[in-house]
Write a protein that binds this ligand. Structure first.
Ligand SMILES: Cc1ncc(COP(=O)(O)O)c(C=O)c1O
Length: 369
């Protein structure tokens, strides 16, 4: 099957680029002296995860229990569920854990610890304490007595195996260049390495110190004190990553193949059959360029077409402005690099995996929670 034969819209994964991206991060982890426990939330399929872990001892990271169960069934035996566990989902998590070597959970509240203690059966549940390193989403503030108290509770609990500290420098996405990202990478590392040291002084062992986002792991130079990294988006990258300097546009491995379904020279616009249900409505890196639009329009070889601007999306339509270049015709095919590949990929039930323009595999991701 050739790319040109696919019904549109279609999610297309460039296998050469995925392999190169996975190789780069695996080599970076070795150079930095840390284990790679890659996140699989971007693609949610075992084929890509196997490329991520090729030769790495660190297991994988997931963002839903549906992923945990699916990857457990696919043979992954060491999984970290890196979202604070909802108390009522602890039993679901423990059911999955029974089938593999280790499913580590994440907490940042006493309520979640209590739920784990109530549900724990035979043996201790591996648990990470989630630390906020400045992103301000999940996690305890490491400079508070409350954070120490929660770590102490995890350490003392007979139902818990306290595995260590975990943080995610998601505010790296607010940066505009690599210099800014490097500062967030330092902050991400220092928050957990420093807290781990304070806990050790108090007699609380901290075996693991886990960090990572794609931008910070692309620029980090010094990860002393860190034991593992958890980037995920780098498998595909996307328009957002390229705009903040985390990747080049020709490293992006995920795109949406679409067909021109309307061509209107009178108003210099064209309409594509890829709307918000193919691309998501992620606004992209508007802090870098407020006029960014909803994706980079490219030719079928994935070369960006600067005269096309994808300015609006409705459910199944994408509308692009055409300026200073050839007007695509109805039936022409264009590929779109989405702002956020994780969200766009999640809208498809299969990916066409290509080398150049030949479909060599079809991958089926897991969906739901
Ligand atoms: C807790 C956690 N760890 C790691 C990652 C991976 O980061 P990225 O998507 O930047 O690769 C994420 C992504 O949201 C995350 O939430």
């Amino acid at each position: 099957v050739r790319l040109t034969d696919l019904p549109t819209p279609a999610a297309v994964v460039d296998l050469n680029r995925v392999e190169a991206n996975c190789r780069w991060m695996a080599e970076r982890a070795v150079a930095l002296g840390v284990a790679l426990r890659p996140h699989v939330k971007t693609h949610k399929c075992p084929e890509a995860a196997r490329l991520q872990v090729g030769g790495s001892p660190g297991g994988i990271t997931v963002s839903t229990l549906a992923e945990a169960g699916f990857f457990a069934a696919a043979g992954f035996r060491d999984i970290t569920y890196a979202v604070p566990v909802a108390p009522k989902r602890v039993r679901d998590a423990l059911n999955i854990a029974e089938r593999i070597d280790r499913l580590s959970l994440l907490v940042d509240s006493h309520e979640a610890v209590r739920a784990i203690e109530e549900a724990a059966r035979n043996g201790r549940v591996p648990v990470f304490l989630k630390v906020d390193c400045g992103y301000g989403r999940a996690g305890v503030n490491p400079h508070t007595d409350g954070a120490i108290a929660l770590a102490e509770r995890l350490h003392r609990s007979s139902s818990v195996e306290f595995r260590g500290l975990l943080t995610h420098g998601g505010h790296s996405y607010d940066c505009v260049d690599r210099l800014g990202i490097a500062a967030v990478a330092d902050q991400e590392r220092d928050a957990v390495v420093g807290f781990a040291q304070r806990l050790r002084v108090l007699g609380i062992p901290v075996p693991e110190v886990s960090v990572g986002s794609t931008p910070t792991m692309r620029v980090a130079e010094d990860l002393r004190g860190v034991t593992e990294i958890r980037p995920g988006n780098y498998v595909f990258f996307d328009g957002f990553q390229s705009m903040i300097g985390s990747c080049d546009i020709d490293e992006v491995a995920f795109s949406v193949l679409s067909t021109v379904i309307g061509s209107h020279p009178d108003r210099s616009t064209l309409v594509l059959d890829a709307g918000a249900l193919a691309l998501s409505k992620d606004p992209g890196a508007t802090h870098v360029d407020p006029t960014v639009g909803f994706g980079v329009l490219c030719d079928p070889q994935l070369r960006p077409l600067a005269h096309l601007h994808l300015g609006s999306l409705s459910q199944e339509h994408g509308k692009a402005a055409v300026s200073g270049g050839p007007m695509p015709q109805v039936g022409d095919r264009l590929r779109i690099i989405p702002n956020h590949s994780c969200l766009s990929a999640a809208l498809f039930d299969r990916y066409a995996v290509v080398r150049q323009d030949t479909v060599v595999e079809t991958w089926h991701p897991v969906r739901g929670w």
